[in-house]
Design a protein around this ligand. Structure first.
Ligand code: HPA
Ligand code: ZN
Length: 341
């Protein structure tokens, strides 16, 4: 058993009670099959599944694109402001049960506006639920608008235009969807404009794409965080650079397993990342599709890699220091972790 624990159960209880931030969560990826069915019924949308069991059985993926195809199909049931509220409220309730004190949530507006759902409908429903989560649980949040990289930069620009009236509710922009063949370089101008608007910048890079995509995200997009970043490990000079600059990586263990980024959780590079001085965090990505919320991700990777108490404290600390909270807010959360550690 790793340092600091006498049993798996003791480590599980420690993980459960550890205050944490979640920095890599696609709100559309938290759509549980039960809510998918309820919304399909409410909105009269046909879905190609007879029951919840069939939906779960369809969640077997061999790569990112396999997942994305079913993820975009699933979000088709989201139509009204109340739907986006219900989706986000359900996630916040679930995250609160995992002692998540702060969330930085991705949303994919192009997945909705392409279907005729207004940007305003999406953001109003999400933000109303985030406001309620603050009142109900004291959970703070930031919203990150993701551009779909399989679409053009011009379409990303148009999406940023649509976001302008709501910039008071948007902390940053990100880049997600099909990575291979869609390098960060294609989004340099729209990221520069977002930066000029005062927005934080993140990008998925090195999930399936090569280390070069991580370098482009740093050098061309000038991101504040890297989402995933796993394949950075193939490039020692890049690892050294990421470590020296204190760049946060939002790592998603169960996602990596389900999308075959790793073949076995025992092969997950999280411990190697920590030992290399990388500021890794643990996140759930699309918890409904990948089999677990944030504590399940900590649990799975802690069991597989026999993580110590120090490792877990480092991961929880990284989740706050890598967040877009103020220094005062970060200090408050780090003190809460210290009180448990
Ligand atoms: N990778 C890229 N795009 C995504 C993901 C992911 O894991 N989840 C939702 N969109
Ligand atoms: Zn993601």
């Amino acid at each position: 058993m790793a340092d600091g624990f006498t049993s798996r159960e003791e480590r599980a209880a420690f993980i459960a009670g550890l205050p944490k931030a979640e920095l890599h969560l696609h709100i559309e990826g938290s759509l549980e099959p039960e809510l998918m069915f309820e919304l399909a019924r409410r909105n009269g949308v046909a879905i190609p599944f007879a029951n919840v069991g069939e939906v779960r059985a369809a969640y077997a993926f061999s790569n990112l694109q396999d997942f994305l195809d079913i993820y975009y199909q699933g979000m088709g049931v989201l139509q009204t402001e109340q739907d986006f509220y219900d989706l986000t409220a359900a996630y916040c309730t679930r995250a609160n049960a995992d002692t998540v004190r702060h969330v930085e949530i991705f949303f994919d507006p192009q997945g909705h506006t392409a279907r005729g759902v207004a940007f305003e409908t999406v953001i109003t429903g999400i933000t109303r639920a985030l406001d309620d989560a603050k009142a109900r649980y004291g959970m703070t949040s930031k919203l990150i608008l993701c551009f779909l990289r399989h679409l053009s930069e011009a379409e990303a620009e148009a999406t940023l235009d649509e976001a302008l009236p709501f910039l008071d509710r948007i902390a940053g922009v990100g880049l997600d969807s099909s990575e291979l063949g869609h390098p960060p370089a294609g989004f340099e101008r729209v990221f520069a404009r977002a930066r000029d608007l005062g927005l934080k910048l993140v990008a998925h890079a090195g999930e399936e794409g090569p280390p070069e995509y991580v370098r482009e995200a740093l050098d061309l997009l000038k991101v504040d965080r890297i989402d995933h970043g796993n394949r950075s490990l193939e490039d020692p000079a890049l690892v050294a650079r990421l470590a020296a600059s204190g760049m946060t990586l939002t790592v998603c263990p169960l996602s990596n397993l389900k999308l075959c980024v790793v073949d076995d959780m025992a092969d997950h590079p999280l411990k190697i990342m920590l030992d290399a001085g990388l500021k890794a965090t643990v996140n759930s990505d699309d918890p409904s599709y990948f089999g677990g919320y944030v504590n399940a991700n900590y649990q799975a990777v802690a069991d597989a890699l026999d993580l110590s108490r120090d490792d877990l404290v480092t991961l929880a600390r990284n989740s706050f220091t890598g967040s877009f909270l103020s220094d005062a807010e970060k200090a408050r959360h780090l003190a809460a972790i210290a009180a448990r550690a």
